[in-house]
Design a protein around this ligand. Structure first.
Ligand code: PHE
Length: 459
């Protein structure tokens, strides 16, 4: 079977367009909202170190694998995996790996949208000076008032799903390329400014830096290692087909190695900046680093409430955060929509409407998990906690493991080498060793460690 040269959904106009879109997917709430709070909950430095190791040893090679599978398959993740499996003489069952990714996308976006909604709600709040001179307790009660009201949360969640659907309907390339080009650099500059502001907290800044970078391994549990690895997948948008589907729109001549490394560096940079901005504020105001998902909504407003021009900068910051979440949200639905268009003959518009409606409905679980459904728990977790744990810590690493096995062991070396086009030299073999052995074994060890399997074997 001849491989299509282009995806039916079109192609990026340049290598930069892909880098921007994939960075748009990677940089989002994961960097600014989630990274600080999971770092806070898991004790700081040692957790950050494991996370960075996972980015380098698992994230980058798996990202290269996803892009190469997508670009070679030129279709949605389910079809790309199916046709590549056929081409390589492997089982068509591999398409289920794509299916799991689509499902993970559903689950993730359902809660992602609710958190993005909270960020949206903070735009008018900062702009109209609600946080002026605010105390830590005040910031915390303003956030509580927002999340404990299901109607308001629902309204913002709905708005976020609508703007996401609007872009996906138009086709990702046209919708995304332009916006990401301006907004990503702006977000970056604002973060650097916030770090500058945090640097003025003196001793608290030093404490923040130590908290982020001093590794105290006694704070690391099996579960926090899993969370660090899961977060590496989450933040790079790996393991569910988002990067794969973007890879399917990538022109042939682009170097997959270069784009993957660039995206990973930018993503990690943003997360570390967010950490450097937030932890000094946490310590300067006597707050708890382990406050959980509300961390940024309770710390950053204090900074905005006290800096000159804080209304403006605060509103701009939350606006840019919403844009970052938006470009990630889009990449979470794109695999589903591409699949419905290719396999079920739906128009892009109908596919988007159908997918986003179902996700919106599922999002109600998260909306309620902050208020009327706080006590609906399973395994001690709320619906939001469960969706987050299941996707980020189980489904994405499992997806990543299977992607590594597929690219490393199911595809012929000649195919992967041709696609990566980094020659048959050292770099290719370096990747091959990472994807064949290092990534899968690391993921398996983390899983085994979590289930207590390693303890049992040690006895
Ligand atoms: N990487 C995004 C973030 O950090 C979230 C995401 C996960 C997007 C998986 C797509 C796929 O916010």
């Amino acid at each position: 079977m001849a491989r299509p040269v282009k995806s039916i959904h079109g192609e990026w106009t340049s290598r930069w367009a892909f880098i921007l879109a994939a960075t748009g997917s990677a940089v989002g709430l994961g960097n600014i909202w989630k990274f600080p709070y999971v770092t806070g909950e898991n004790g700081g430095g040692a957790f950050v170190l494991v996370y960075l190791l996972c980015i380098a040893a698992i994230g980058i090679p798996v990202m290269m694998a996803e892009v190469l599978i997508g670009r070679r398959g030129r279709q949605n993740p389910i079809n790309s995996l199916k046709s590549l499996a056929e081409e390589e003489g492997r089982s068509r069952l591999w398409r289920w790996l794509g299916g799991m990714g689509v499902l993970a996308g559903f689950f993730i976006l359902s809660y992602y949208s609710v958190i993005a909604g909270q960020s949206m709600a903070y735009i008018p709040r900062t702009l109209f000076g609600v946080f002026e001179g605010v105390t830590p307790d005040g910031a915390s009660s303003i956030h509580t008032a927002l999340v404990s009201d299901p109607e308001r949360l629902l309204a913002w969640h709905t708005l976020f799903m609508l703007i996401t659907a609007a872009v996906v309907t138009r086709g990702v390339q046209r919708g995304l390329e332009k916006s990401v080009r301006v907004l990503m650099p702006a977000l970056f500059i604002l973060l650097v400014m916030l770090v500058g502001y945090a640097a003025n907290t003196g001793e608290a800044f030093t404490r923040g830096v130590h908290f982020l970078f001093d590794a105290d391994f006694s704070k690391l549990t099996a579960n926090s290692v899993l969370i660090a690895m899961g977060h590496a997948f989450f933040t790079l948008s790996l393991g569910m087909g988002a990067i794969m589907v973007y890879g399917s729109y990538l022109p042939r001549k682009t170097s997959i190695f270069k784009v993957s490394v660039t995206i990973s560096i930018m993503d990690t940079g943003v997360a570390l900046l967010a950490g450097l901005a937030i932890f000094p504020l946490v310590f300067a105001n006597g707050m708890e680093p382990g406050a959980g998902p509300s961390l940024i909504f309770e710390t950053l407003p204090i900074a905005f409430g006290h800096m000159p021009g804080g209304e403006f900068f605060g509103a701009l910051f939350f606006l840019l955060l919403v844009f970052a979440a938006w470009s990630s949200g889009i990449s979470l639905v794109e695999p589903i929509v591409a699949w419905m268009v290719e396999n079920h003959n739906l128009s892009r518009r109908n596919a988007t409407m159908l997918a986003t409606s179902v996700i919106w409905l599922l999002g109600l679980l998260t909306v309620f998990s902050f208020n009327i459904g706080q006590d609906w728990t399973l395994f001690g977790k709320t619906a939001f906690g469960l969706l987050d744990y299941l996707t980020a810590n189980i489904m994405l690493p499992l997806g990543g493991l299977l992607i590594a096995l597929f690219a490393g062991w199911m595809m012929k070396k000649s195919s992967t080498a041709e696609e990566l086009a980094i020659g048959n030299g050292v770099l290719y073999y370096f990747w091959l060793i990472l994807i064949r052995f290092v990534s899968p074994v690391a993921i398996l060890i983390v899983f085994a460690n979590l289930t207590g399997l390693l303890d049992i074997l040690n006895k």
